[in-house]
Design a protein around this ligand. Structure first.
Ligand code: ZN
Length: 448
């Protein structure tokens, strides 16, 4: 049993003072506010719950910094995707494992304690399955075990290029399965997840572009114990193509054709009509927002204030992994709302801290989207982050979370996953060895 004593902690109901958090094994055994520190307690200034990063494509971390040069024509999501395919085609299982481990170290150091890996780089470079059909999922599992980040593995069903359905392009060959082969992949992924402590297996039809409605109904019925994730309405072109092919908008089509429940997470859901937004909130599907990637790709702005007012829940994810920052995702989300509406403090309650509201909303929505529970409370997983506030000690307590999200001087110091401390003083315990492997892989990939 370990006891962490926090001068301030973010509990499900808000900030509390003098909080003793008792950890037994991988769980929080007891939380007492207004406590007195005992001598063996580990002392911390501010402890917040570990956060879910609900949407990641690990291999795309390798492209960070390589896609910001202007091409001959107007750059868009679709030209970015062409570069992404080229990169995806060159990576070996060893490359993927090295890049994923580096990425997961960065996530842990940012305060993320679980990742939803939306995993679609399945096959060998020629498009043929590896001898072990779940070879790549195995590598993702290995990176999770090595770094200690919690894993919700979301094997992706990807079969078509676009609505129609159009046959897949050559550049997509490593992603593609039919229903039968995908069932084998799911079965093999179950054994991968069984070898990763605390892991969950969900399922992810890639999008309405890449999977037909009957295929979506079939793949979500395959055995799994986690959530269902799907990309939807990320780009205006996707909305237009969906309307042209089916007469309905993407979210409208999905909600009217498939039994979408509160076990679903709709990634992006950027372009929704009022009716779609309210229907999605009513069903309890989580909005999986990836604010930094959505800004980087020029996707558009999710109407978070309207969705929240309609009772909708959201979480955040780092998606293309161009930059890993928990505070950065929350800040970009709030700033996009401010820019669109020309007002301030949009995603908070009247009189409340915006940083605190963003953290609590993203914690609850993110955990639910990854099929787990979260929060600093009895019986919850001991997933925690201690923030270093030593350079802003003059601030009132109720401003510390705002300083973390919007200001400077507050950083993530220590991070525990399932009761084990993986990050100390801002550094992951295996940072140097993992970094070395990553750099060697990147030198090969970039000079290829
Ligand atoms: Zn994505």
């Amino acid at each position: 049993m370990t006891t962490l004593f926090a001068s301030t902690a973010l509990l499900p109901g808000g900030l509390a003072r003098d909080v003793a958090i008792e950890i037994e094994g991988d769980r929080i055994a007891r939380v007492s506010a207004g406590a007195t520190a005992a001598s063996p307690d580990e002392r911390h200034a501010l402890i917040v719950p570990g956060m879910a990063n609900l949407h990641s494509h690990a291999f795309q971390r390798a492209m960070s910094g390589l896609t910001e040069r202007k091409g001959p024509a107007e750059d868009s999501f679709w030209s970015w995707r062409a570069v992404m395919y080229e990169f995806a085609l060159s990576m070996t299982p060893d490359d993927v494992e090295a890049v994923a481990a580096q990425l997961y170290v960065e996530m842990l150091e940012a305060g993320f304690t679980r990742v939803g890996e939306f995993h679609y780089l399945h096959h060998d470079r020629d498009g043929m399955p590896y001898a072990n059909i779940a070879e790549m999922a195995e590598r993702i599992g290995a990176a999770s075990v090595e770094t200690g980040i919690g894993l919700t593995l979301l094997p992706v069903y990807y079969a078509h290029f676009g609505f129609g359905p159009k046959p897949p392009a050559e550049g997509q060959r490593r992603f593609i399965n039919d229903r039968e082969r995908f069932a084998s992949l799911m079965a093999a992924s179950r054994s991968v997840v069984a070898g990763v402590p605390g892991a969950r297996l969900g399922v992810a039809p890639h999008s309405l572009r890449a999977a037909t409605l009957p295929e979506i109904r079939d793949v979500i019925a395959l055995p799994h114990d986690g959530p269902v994730h799907i990309h939807v309405a990320e780009q205006v072109l996707e909305v237009d193509e969906c309307l042209e092919a089916t007469g309905a908008r993407p979210v409208e089509l999905l909600l009217s054709s498939v039994d979408v429940t509160d076990r679903w997470c709709l990634i992006h859901a950027t372009h929704m009509s009022d009716a779609e937004l309210h229907a999605m909130a009513r069903l309890g599907a989580i909005a999986g927002l990836c604010p930094i990637t959505e800004a980087n790709l020029g996707d558009g702005i999710f109407r978070a204030a309207e969705f929240r007012a309609a009772g909708g829940q959201y979480g955040v994810g780092s998606d293309s992994n161009v930059q890993i920052s928990l505070a950065g995702e929350l800040r970009q989300l709030e700033y996009s709302q401010r820019l669109a509406r020309r007002v301030r403090n949009v995603l908070a309650a009247a009189g409340g801290s915006t940083g605190e509201a963003l953290l609590l909303d993203a914690m609850a929505g993110g955990a639910r989207a990854l099929g787990v529970a979260a929060g600093i409370a009895e019986g919850m997983p001991a997933d925690l982050a201690s923030l270093d506030v030593s350079s802003v000690e003059y601030l009132p307590e109720h401003s510390l979370l705002d300083a973390f999200v919007f200001g400077s001087g507050v950083s993530v110091a220590d991070v525990w996953v399932a009761g084990r401390k993986r990050v100390s003083g801002g550094r992951h315990r295996d940072r140097d060895a993992i970094r070395k492997r990553f750099e060697a892989a990147m030198v090969r990939l970039v000079r290829r």
